[in-house]
Write a protein that binds this ligand. Structure first.
Ligand SMILES: [Fe+2]
Length: 135
């Protein structure tokens, strides 16, 4: 699988959020490497669990900042987070039930799952926070 490399186009201009996003990309890459290397199912499941748990934690980080700085798009953004976690957990559940490794399609889904939200909703939030948060 091809690694996702963090670059400026992914920056939302809020360093503490960019830092989380870099970590999530690393976990995504770790998952791809584990699949490529044919690691045992339990290991792949553990990496997947880490990716989803860290994403869930990170979403709460963003939501805390959006609440603190009264971001007007908070409700829509939070709803998008909830949909993403539901989608990620559904994939995880499906893989566990079938004792299968993620397919290239599953990895492509996760890539979009991660970057689609950063390029979309997170950019809008970042623009607002970068202007509103004290530096
Ligand atoms: Fe977000």
């Amino acid at each position: 699988m091809k690694d996702l490399l963090w670059d400026k186009t992914l920056s939302v201009d809020v360093p503490e959020i960019d830092q989380d996003h870099r970590r999530l990309l690393e976990l995504f890459n770790r998952l791809g490497h584990a699949v490529d290397a044919g690691e045992p199912q339990a290991y792949i499941d553990a990496v997947m669990d880490e990716l989803i748990s860290c994403t869930d934690w990170h979403f709460r980080h963003e939501e805390r900042l959006m609440e603190k700085y009264a971001y007007p798009g908070l409700h829509e953004h939070r709803a998008e987070h909830q949909d993403l976690i539901t989608g990620g957990k559904a994939l995880q559940q499906q893989l566990r039930q079938s004792s299968a490794s993620p397919t290239p399609q599953d990895i492509a889904f996760l890539e979009h799952w991660l970057t689609g939200h950063i390029y979309g909703a997170d950019m809008a939030m970042g623009t607002y926070l970068a202007e509103t948060m004290p530096s």
